[in-house]
Design a protein. Structure first.
Length: 312
């Protein structure tokens, strides 16, 4: 599909770009917190929660980059930055994520894909999707994941998973307390993580693999979604919307995925590619009219199945 020269160009990583993306994520978070502290109001707080929650998803995207060894050319720096500045702050385990995610690429939409259950859930009726979104924004999804965490049943393994996240979150809380705003750790770190991050993580998963056309065709079993400036700011940070290109060319760093998309289009592959015009189209397809009506108890169970942490 691509020439060797094109492939060599696309697979070349950049430590400078990787560092810039990580600094950008934390810079946006710091700016949103500073604005909220200087201009205290409910509207500013709401916007800050949305912006920070989207950048927490951005940290998850950069953790994903590190999981593929694409954040920095050097493996050690790649892993340590991805672990300490991307995964641990959002209470994620890079090693566990890397193992599961590589299985997802190896067995996409096939038995053995750890994300298969998430994709198989859709389409659902509109009320089920709305109920799941309400659970996300009300922190119910977050608490369900906390209480359902496997580490409670295996204390030693759980402690190994928690050491890094606890250290990073203690550092964030300490820095905010030293700045005279300890409350921001609760309002503008944990609250976005428990609400907006949960919702946009769900939307991301729906967009990537739900209701695809052909599960066996690598040009159709993952989806690229067009994203404008607002969507990129609040739903799809760091080119995460180019998921088809990522699956097709897993060695391409995220900031080169638009180039990969343009190359595939120029070579005439666009009619065969699974591409959506926007996230509104995806949500409409995921809550299509063909989805059967469900009872209240089924809605609750389905919302549990749709939780962002499931199969991640």
């Amino acid at each position: 599909m691509l020439t060797l020269g094109e492939l060599r160009h696309l697979r070349r990583t950049s430590g400078l770009r990787g560092a810039g993306l990580v600094l950008h994520a934390w810079g946006v978070i710091a700016a949103a917190m500073t604005l909220s502290a200087c201009v205290p109001s409910p509207l500013v707080l709401l916007l800050a929660v949305m912006v920070i929650g989207s950048r927490q998803l951005g940290l998850a995207v950069l953790m994903h980059e590190g999981g593929h060894w694409l954040l920095f050319p050097r493996g050690t720096m790649n892993t340590e930055v991805a672990r300490w500045l991307c995964a641990n702050p959002i209470w994620a385990d890079l090693g566990r994520y890397r193992r599961q995610h590589h299985l997802h690429h190896r067995h996409t939409h096939q038995p053995g894909d750890p994300d298969l259950a998430v994709a198989d859930t859709y389409p659902v009726c509109r009320s089920a999707l709305a109920w799941a979104a309400l659970r996300d924004l009300s922190t119910c999804t977050f608490w369900a994941d906390v209480f359902g965490w496997s580490g409670w049943r295996e204390p030693r393994a759980g402690w190994r998973q928690l050491r890094g996240p606890l250290a990073c979150n203690a550092a964030i809380a300490t820095a905010l307390a030293a700045a005279g705003h300890w409350e921001l750790y609760l309002l503008l770190w944990l609250l976005p993580l428990a609400t907006w991050y949960q919702l946009v993580s769900r939307v991301r998963k729906i967009a990537e693999h739900a209701v695809v056309v052909d599960r066996d065709d690598p040009l159709r079993n993952a989806r690229t979604t067009a994203a404008g400036p607002i969507a990129r700011a609040l739903l799809a940070p760091y080119w995460v919307n180019y998921h088809l290109e990522h699956h097709l060319l897993i060695f391409v760093p995220c900031w080169k995925l638009p180039q990969a998309h343009a190359l595939l289009r120029a070579k005439g592959y666009e009619p065969r590619m699974e591409v959506a015009s926007g996230y509104r189209e995806i949500l409409a397809r995921a809550s299509g009219a063909g989805a059967h009506a469900t009872s209240g108890s089924e809605l609750h169970g389905r919302a549990q199945d749709l939780a962002p942490g499931r199969g991640q």
